[in-house]
Design a protein around this ligand. Sequence first.
Ligand code: PMP
Length: 347
Amino acid sequence: MFDLKSIVRPNIWGLKPYSSARDEYSGKEAHTFLDANESPYNNPYNRYPDPLQRELKQQLAALKGVRPNQIFLGNGSDEAIDLVFRVFCTPGRDNIVTIEPSYGMYEVCADINNVECRKVPLNSRFDIVADSLLEVCNDRTKAIFLCTPNNPTGNTLDAGEIRKVLELFSGIVVIDEAYSEFSSQPIWRPEIDKYPNLIVLNTLSKAWASAGIRLGMAFAQSDIIALFNKVKYPYNINILTQHQAREILSRRPDVEDWIKLTINERLSLMYAVNELDICQQVYPSEANFFLARFKDANRIYNYLVDEGIIVRNRSRVKLCDDCLRITIGSPKENTTLLSALRRYYYN
Ligand code: PMP
């Protein structure tokens, strides 16, 4: 039922990609590189990075339980999101479907690429119903974007409904798992071998504490990854990022401690915020943030800004009236937030 060629933009399917100097030569024995018009000075930054990030992908493949040719690396997962549009969606013709509320870049990338974005509201439990998503698809729907745990609601989406979408939709299903390391629910990455239409997104920006280096990942069957590699900028991941990514990936025990600490802090902060009189509801979270509904969120937001504390005001987002999204910080930062909220409450 899934036919990759039939959903890829014809110009991309037929594209002859740019062939860089490092693509044309990648042997190990050479010692004199006079092929890329690089400077011979200031080693190693004088050299272009590996365009396919082979060493980093070897390390990631072992860690993530996939093969290197099932990994695409981008300048943040935002690059992978944009590539879904550039590879699959013909501007002015095709559309994508996503959920509302969710991560804003799906719609922004759709707008930039002149692709219609059809948004299906989540239900009262902030969950999806597969039939509602499938209902709005037509023969020009190239992709469905899902995010689990979802940003900004914090909950994971129903696995049975996701599976139904994967099985019944004949286009691409993107599952953005940017926050999955903080969740106790099963992840979708191991399912890429089973579903030829599945793309799973991960990032080093959240649990791996490396938002500053910009490294996002897409996992899918190798034919999809090959298309991404064809369209991406030739040297999209710089040497410093590749190096620092390998470094943080080797510090897995530290990262696991940070995740545990964040999950513990999430529990106590959510409990404490829920106790405040100014809080109407704290929504369940499987991420490193949570959504809470307040009495007059705008006023509380402005008060916190005056106190030098910035949370995310989501009040204008659909289904999120009076909601603030609060990132779990360090124990000290969380205490600072709580004492400020308690002072507001007593004022
Ligand atoms: N997906 C989701 C759900 C996010 O919330 C974010 C960032 N807030 C991203 C992707 C982008 O992450 P990156 O830093 O890898 O571009």
